[in-house]
Design a protein around this ligand. Sequence first.
Ligand SMILES: Nc1ccn([C@H]2C[C@H](O)[C@@H](COP(=O)(O)OP(=O)(O)OP(=O)(O)O)O2)c(=O)n1
Length: 505
Amino acid sequence: MKGAGQMQNLERAGAGRSVSTQTGSMTGQIPRLSKVNLFTLLSLWMELFPAVEAQRQKSQVKKTGLVVVKNMKIVGLHCSSEDLHAGKIALIKHGSRLKNCDLYFSRKPCSACLKMIVNAGVNRISYWPADPEISLLSGASSSEDAKLDAKAVERLKSNSRAHVCVLLQPLVCFMVQFVEETSHKCDFIQKISKTLPDANVDFYSECRQERVKEYEMLFLISNEELHKQILMTIGLENLCENPYFSNLRQNMKDLILLLAAVASSVPNFKHYGFYSGNTEQINEIHNQSLPQEIARHCMVQARLLAYRTEDHKTGVGAVIWAEGKSRNCDGTGAMYFIGCGYNAFPAGSEYADFPNMDDKQKDREIRKFRYIIHAEQNALTFRCQEIKPEEKSMIFVTKCPCDECVPLIKGAGIKQIYAGDVDVGKKKADISYMRFGELEGVSKFTVSRYTLFSNILSIMLFGILLHSLVIPALLKSFNKLLSLSLLLCASICLMTNVVFRISAL
Ligand SMILES: Nc1ccn([C@H]2C[C@H](O)[C@@H](COP(=O)(O)OP(=O)(O)OP(=O)(O)O)O2)c(=O)n1
């Protein structure tokens, strides 16, 4: 996430309103995402966690994302499963540790979940003000139940200590433009654009447009009257009058635009994905690497976190997940959240405690590099779970891990790194990225093109060779039955390999 180009635009557009340009090398403050909006966006994004189980028939219960926050730090990222709502999962996973936590839901939770989380002593429950978990938009026969549930939720809300509310905040000036511009320029898009033969193809903008449509359908009720009716039913009549109603919809639309921009910066584009560059390891790692959709999902979480950076120029986000030995109750399957962070000055420091200058500043003493805690360092420091050596743990970082962080990641026992690699091998004045390339014992996955066709071609050539040379020879020397069974085995192996490689995409 680079701010320089964007800052020029901001200054042009906003006549330097929120921008201070103190020196030639410091481009000024970049717009920052509030914590509340970050948690809200992550809850929406968790609703979109790739399905790990077959979806049953269309249900009245909508999939819901949830972010659990303790002392303003994320301690859980969840989404509902086929059997359990998000609130119930929070209860199973956190139990009495939910006391004094803030919970951010992508839909207003149902009464069954609310009564339990209120009982656990949570501090605040924030939800996205659209269709609730028990959908009010589905068929007439079930809508009576949904309305009854909404009433029960209101009764629980008015009699509980926890504050059940909508915590959306308007984005700061130029935040959406900033996110769009920096997403367009981010490592992953740059990497793909460089390898495309047609430099004019703006696949990022096309992808963003599609995502905007998709997310508006999911998270916004297009018919304003219907939206008002739902707000009335879920106890938000205060938001139904203008200008509050139009402001609310504008805030919701802005957050959806932001989410679409960030999601498109880690695109599902043709044969590109997170692959290991080491060809010798491909087969071994292939079995262990995450499905592409899940890897992309976690990287988008890291990209969202990067917009909380305190670095005036470069935002970096990191998130650590692990894969348990067996599936758990979460909609995330065997995956569970360990920790997350972004680059910032030491916790508790005040504005202007530390320098913000980069390596273009001649005086080395007043540069930022000795003071900033890197995204990976914050994710490791404030993790809420231990990293178990027997489990597969993985870190997703929006930028290449620097030489300071590579040994930390390895030492912490993290098994896989998914990262941007635009800076690999670079040695800058105060920070260098030399060790990532040489790192051994940790699998590295960066965006590259999957060469499916050459792989299939080589398997086919092998198959043809087997059929034309080996099998006739065998036919001569052994009995026919044995040869035919060998032929069958070879064909099955060939087919399985092809199917496996296609499904890995
Ligand atoms: N894996 C990484 C890599 C970097 N950072 C942080 C530390 C610094 O806050 C910032 C440094 O980024 P750059 O190396 O891009 O340096 P500059 O910000 O000076 O940018 P430039 O590339 O123009 O030199 O990013 C991080 O948190 N995690």
